[in-house]
Design a protein around this ligand. Structure first.
Ligand SMILES: Nc1nc2c(c(=O)[nH]1)N[C@H]1C(S)=C(S)[C@@H](COP(=O)(O)OP(=O)(O)OC[C@H]3O[C@@H](n4cnc5c(=O)[nH]c(N)nc54)[C@H](O)[C@@H]3O)O[C@H]1N2
Ligand SMILES: Nc1nc2c(c(=O)[nH]1)N[C@H]1C(S)=C(S)[C@@H](COP(=O)(O)OP(=O)(O)OC[C@H]3O[C@@H](n4cnc5c(=O)[nH]c(N)nc54)[C@H](O)[C@@H]3O)O[C@H]1N2
Ligand SMILES: [Mo]
Length: 784
C-alpha cells in the first residue's frame, strides 16, 4: 500500500501548545479519516454527562464540563474510531498475512474499522469470514483443550468496568489468574510503590485539589501531548500565580506555554500562559538524585530555621504522628554529597535549592508524574521518593495537596479495581467464590513480562487479547514475535487491525467490537457503561454514534459468548442475563466490592462521578505499620546495568517517546508538532556535544544497538540524528519502533515495568536504504 507521508522536515517549534496548531491538527485528522460526517457531532458529546468517555487518556472529566470538553488528541482518537474507512473481508481476500506483515503500524490501523468476525485459514494464509457462533464454539473447544495456566487473558485498559469484571471472572472460572494488562508496562510501579508507602495503589489528588493547591511539581509526564485536558486546570492555577516546577530531560512544549484553543480571546490575541515557572532538564534516570537534592536543601533550611528560632521547614508534628522511617531517609539525605547528587541528577545544586525554596514556602503541594518515572529499573523507588518529598511537609491527605500519577488508558485504573490482576491476593476470593460458584485459583498468574517469558519458552499456548497490540507494546519484540507464531490459539477482540493480529498461530480469530463512542443496544435497550479515571472517580457513559458495521458485537457480549461456549455452566454466573442488561453486572460488581460500588446505579450519574474511598486521602494509612512509610533509596544510579558496562563512554541512555501524533502503538500520522519533526519517525534526538564526541554529524544515519547483555544482538535502525536540546549522555527515539532494543529482563525491580525510559545503547554508522531516503530529513535543517 502506498501511503504518502508529508515531506520530512525538522524545524524547532516555537509556538505554544494548544492554539491554532491544535485546531488545525483536529480538522486535518477528521478530514483524513473521512470522519467529518459523524466526528464534529460526536465531539460535542465527548466527556459530557449524556455522552461518552473519551477513548484517549484517563485524565479526570469535570462534573461541569466546558462547552467542548475535549483536547486535540482526544479529538484525534474520536476521529480514528468514527472513521468512514473500513477493513472488511475484501482487504483480507486481497492480501495474505505475510503481505500485511510488511505494512507499517500506521498503514494497518489507518485502513479503517474492522467489520466482520474473521478466522485464520492457514492454507491460504488469510483471514476468512466466520460467524459469531462458529467463532465462540471454535474458541470454546480450543480453550477446553488447553491447560488453563497456559492461556493468557490480556486486557489493554479501555474496556469498561462491566466488561473487565466479567473478563476476570471468565479467566478465573476457566482456571487461571493469568490476567496481565497494559498497566504492567505503565503504572505498575505506582501501584506497588504507593501501596507500600501510603497504603493505596492509586493517586490521592482529585480535580478539586487543582483549585486549592499553591504549588505543583511535574516529573516525567508530557501533559501537552498525553493528557492535554489537564492544561485547563493548570492554566487556571497559573492564573492564580501558582508556581509549576517541571523536571524533564526535554523541554516539552505543553509544559512551557499554552494557548487555550477553545478561548476566542486567547486564540486571537498575542498572549499565552507560561506553564512552568521553573524548568529542570534532569538527566534520564536522575530523579531519585534530584528529589534527594531537594530534600537535602529542605533539611538544611530546617536546621537553620530551628537554630535561629524561626518556624521549622519540615513538618515534624505530621511526621511524628503519621509516618515511619524518616530517620533512615534523612540519614541517607545527609550522607549523599552535593557533588554526587549533581552528577547523578544532571542538575546544579542551585537548581535543586531553587525547587526546594518554592516547595518550602508552599502549604499545599501536589506532585504529578508519568512514564518518565515509572519505566525505569528503579521505577518503584522513583515513585516512593516523590512520596517522601510530600511527606516531609505533610502534603498528603489535605486539600490541594497529594500525589498524582497520570494514568494512560481511559479505564486502566478501573480494570484493576474490579479484579484484573495476576495476583489472587488482590481480589476478594471468598466473595467471588460464594457469589459466583467458582474456585479462584490459588496460584499467582502471569503479568506481562511473565507472559512474554512464557511465550519465548513455549509454555504459553493460548492468548486472548481484550484490545491492545501486545506484540508491539512489549519489550524485546524481535525475540517475542517469532516465538508468538507457535501459539496454538490467538483470539483478538479489536476495533482496528494491528500487527498482533498478523501472527495468528495455529488457530487465529479476529473479533471486531463496538467502540465506546458507538451506541450499544442489547435486545432493544441502549446500554450504559462505567469507567474509573486517574483520580479515582467512577461514572457512567453512553455511546451514541452508529456502529461501524452491523456485524460488530459489544465487548461485553463477546466475553459472555466466549464464557458460555467455554465453561461448563456449573458456575453460577448468568452470562446471558448480564449481556441483556449491564445494570445486572453493576449489581454483581457492587456485591463483590460494596465499600467502593454500593448504590452504584444511582451514584454513577453524579456530576463528575463518585469518588472511591481512599484511606490516604483522610490520613488513614492502610499499610502494615498503620503509618505512611518513608523509604530509603537503594541507589542513586538509574541503571546498574550501565555502571557494570566496561566501555561506558560510548553508551547513551535512551528513552522511548510518544509523538504528539500517536496513541501508544496507534500512529495517527507523522507529525510530532511540538518537537518540530514532520514526515518521519526514524530519528534519534541527541545532544550536540555527544554527536561531535562520538564522531557523527546531524543528519547522519545510525543503527542503535543495546549495550547490555553482549551475547544477544538487539538492533534498530537506520535512524537519522537530530541535534536537540537534551542533556548529555541522553537520547530519545520513538516507541514502539525501538521496543526491540529493550531486553525482556530489563524491567523495574518489584513492579516488572519494562525500563522503556532507560535503555543503554551505542550508535553505529549505517547506510540508509532507498525507502529510508524517501523520508530523509534535509541536511539543511541541521546546521551545526
Ligand atoms: N496523545 C496521547 N495520549 C496518551 C498516550 C499516547 O500515546 N498519546 N498514551 C496514554 C498512556 S497508555 C500513557 S501511560 C500516558 C503516557 O504519558 P506520559 O506519562 O507523559 O508518557 P511518555 O510520553 O512516554 O513520557 C513522558 C515524559 O517523560 C520524560 N522522561 C523520560 N525519561 C525521564 C526521566 O528519567 N526523568 C524525567 N523526569 N522525565 C523523563 C519524557 O521526556 C516525556 O516528556 O499517556 C496516555 N495518553
Ligand atoms: N518502548 C516503550 N514501550 C511501551 C511504552 C513506552 O513508553 N515505551 N508504553 C507502555 C504503555 S504505558 C502501555 S499502556 C502499553 C500499551 O499497550 P496496548 O494497550 O496493548 O496497546 P495500544 O497501542 O493502546 O492498543 C491499540 C489497539 O487497541 C485496539 N483498540 C482500540 N480501541 C479499542 C476498543 O475500544 N476495544 C478493543 N477491544 N480494542 C480497541 C485497536 O485494535 C488498536 O490497534 O505500551 C507500553 N509499551
Ligand atoms: Mo500506559
Amino acid at each position: 500500500m502506498q501511503i504518502i507521508h508529508p515531506k520530512a522536515r525538522y524545524q524547532p517549534y516555537t509556538s505554544s501548545s494548544g492554539g491554532w496548531g491544535s485546531a488545525f491538527s483536529v480538522m486535518n485528522i477528521l478530514w483524513r479519516q473521512q470522519a467529518l460526517g459523524k466526528g464534529p457531532a460526536a465531539l460535542l458529546k465527548q466527556n459530557k454527562p449524556d455522552g461518552f468517555a473519551c477513548v484517549s487518556c484517563a485524565w479526570a472529566k469535570p462534573g461541569n464540563p466546558h462547552a467542548l470538553e475535549f483536547c486535540e488528541n482526544g479529538a484525534k482518537a474520536t476521529a480514528w474510531e468514527l472513521t468512514a474507512l473500513r477493513t472488511g473481508p475484501e482487504l483480507f481476500a486481497k492480501h495474505s498475512l505475510t503481505e500485511l506483515r510488511t505494512w507499517s503500524d500506521y498503514e494497518l490501523e489507518r485502513h479503517g474499522r474492522l467489520t466482520h468476525p474473521m478466522r485464520y485459514d492457514a492454507t491460504s494464509d488469510r483471514y476468512v469470514t466466520t460467524t459469531w457462533e462458529e467463532a465462540y464454539q471454535g474458541i470454546g473447544e480450543q480453550l477446553r483443550g488447553l491447560e488453563p495456566d497456559s492461556v493468557i487473558f490480556y486486557a489493554s485498559g479501555r474496556a469498561s468496568l462491566e466488561t473487565s469484571f466479567m473478563y476476570q471472572l471468565l479467566a478465573r472460572a476457566y482456571g487461571t489468574n493469568n490476567l496481565p494488562d497494559s498497566s504492567n508496562m505503565c503504572h505498575e510501579s505506582t501501584s506497588v510503590g504507593l501501596q507500600e508507602s501510603i497504603g493505596v495503589p492509586v493517586g490521592t489528588v482529585s480535580l478539586n485539589d487543582f483549585e486549592r493547591t499553591d504549588c505543583i511539581f511535574f516529573f516525567g509526564q508530557n501533559v501537552g501531548s498525553n493528557s492535554p485536558r489537564m492544561l485547563h486546570p493548570l492554566q487556571e492555577a497559573r492564573k492564580r500565580q501558582v508556581p509549576i516546577i517541571s523536571f524533564n530531560p526535554l523541554r516539552e512544549r505543553g509544559l512551557e506555554r499554552f494557548v487555550n484553543p477553545q478561548s476566542p480571546v486567547e486564540m486571537l490575541g498575542p498572549d499565552s500562559t507560561v506553564i512552568s515557572t521553573q524548568y529542570h532538564q534532569v538527566a534520564i534516570g536522575g530523579d531519585t538524585a534530584a528529589v534527594m537534592g531537594i530534600a537535602k536543601a529542605l533539611l538544611a533550611m530546617d536546621r537553620t530555621a530551628q537554630a535561629e528560632g524561626r518556624p521549622a521547614v519540615i513538618d515534624h508534628a505530621f511526621i511524628a504522628e503519621h509516618t515511619e522511617g524518616v530517620d533512615a531517609f534523612l540519614a541517607q539525605v545527609d550522607q549523599h554529597e552535593w557533588t554526587a547528587l549533581e552528577q547523578r541528577s544532571g542538575l546544579d545544586r542551585a537548581a535543586m535549592e531553587a525547587a526546594a525554596t518554592v516547595y518550602a514556602r508552599s502549604d499545599r503541594v501536589m506532585i504529578i508524574y508519568g512514564m518518565g518515572l515509572t519505566q525505569h529499573r528503579h521505577g518503584v523507588q522513583n515513585v516512593q521518593m516523590l512520596v517522601n518529598l510530600l511527606l516531609l511537609r505533610g502534603n498528603i491527605g489535605k486539600p490541594g495537596a497529594g500525589i498524582c500519577p497520570v494514568r494512560g488508558h481511559s479505564n486502566v485504573q478501573g480494570q484493576r479495581t474490579v479484579g484484573i490482576t495476576e495476583d489472587p491476593a488482590k481480589v476478594p476470593a471468598d466473595k467471588i467464590e460464594s457469589l459466583f460458584g467458582i474456585q479462584v485459583p490459588k496460584k499467582k498468574g502471569m503479568a506481562t513480562v511473565d507472559a512474554c517469558e512464557g511465550i519465548v519458552a513455549g509454555t504459553v499456548k493460548g492468548f486472548i487479547g481484550l484490545g491492545g497490540n501486545f506484540l508491539r507494546a512489549v519489550p524485546d519484540t524481535d525475540r517475542i514475535e517469532p516465538a508468538w507464531a507457535d501459539l496454538t490459539l490467538n483470539v483478538q477482540i479489536a476495533t482496528k487491525l494491528n500487527r498482533t493480529h498478523l501472527f495468528p498461530g495455529q488457530h487465529g480469530w479476529l473479533l471486531p467490537c463496538l467502540g465506546r463512542i458507538e451506541s450499544d443496544v442489547q435486545d432493544g435497550r441502549r446500554q450504559v457503561y462505567t469507567t474509573e479515571d486517574s483520580t479515582g472517580c467512577i461514572r457512567a457513559w453512553e455511546g451514541r454514534a452508529e456502529p461501524a458495521s452491523e456485524h460488530l458485537r459489544a465487548e461485553l457480549a463477546i466475553i459472555a459468548g466466549l464464557a458460555q461456549a467455554t465453561l461448563s455452566g456449573r458456575e453460577q454466573i448468568p452470562w446471558e442475563l448480564w449481556r441483556q442488561d449491564y445494570a445486572r453486572v453493576r449489581e454483581a460488581i457492587a456485591q463483590t466490592y460494596p465499600e467502593i460500588f454500593h448504590d452504584m446505579e444511582t451514584r454513577m450519574w453524579e456530576p463528575g462521578g463518585f469518588h472511591r474511598p481512599l484511606g490516604a486521602c483522610e490520613r488513614k494509612w492502610t499499610t502494615p505499620s498503620g503509618k505512611a512509610q518513608f523509604v530509603t533509596a537503594k541507589t542513586l544510579d538509574e541503571d546498574d546495568d550501565v555502571s557494570k558496562n566496561s566501555d561506558q563512554r560510548d553508551v547513551l541512555q535512551l528513552m522511548t517517546l510518544r509523538s504528539n501524533d500517536q496513541f501508544n502503538t496507534t500512529v495517527y500520522g507523522y507529525e510530532d508538532r511540538f518537537r518540530g519533526v514532520k514526515g518521519t519517525r526514524s530519528v534519534i534526538f541527541m545532544n550536540r556535544n555527544d554527536i561531535v564526541r562520538l564522531g557523527f554529524h546531524p543528519g547522519d544515519w545510525v543503527t542503535l544497538r543495546t549495550a547490555i547483555e553482549p551475547g544477544v544482538r538487539r538492533e534498530v535502525g537506520p535512524m537519522q540524528i537530530i541535534a536537540y536540546n537534551i542533556p548529555i549522555n541522553c537520547a530519545g527515539a520513538y516507541y514502539p519502533e525501538c521496543n526491540a532494543l529493550i531486553p525482556l529482563w530489563h524491567y523495574a525491580s518489584k513492579s516488572k515495568v519494562p525500563a522503556a525510559k532507560s535503555i543503554p545503547v551505542t550508535l553505529h554508522k549505517a547506510q540508509a536504504r532507498a525507502e529510508d531516503m524517501a523520508h530523509a530529513l534535509p541536511l539543511a535543517d541541521q546546521v551545526m
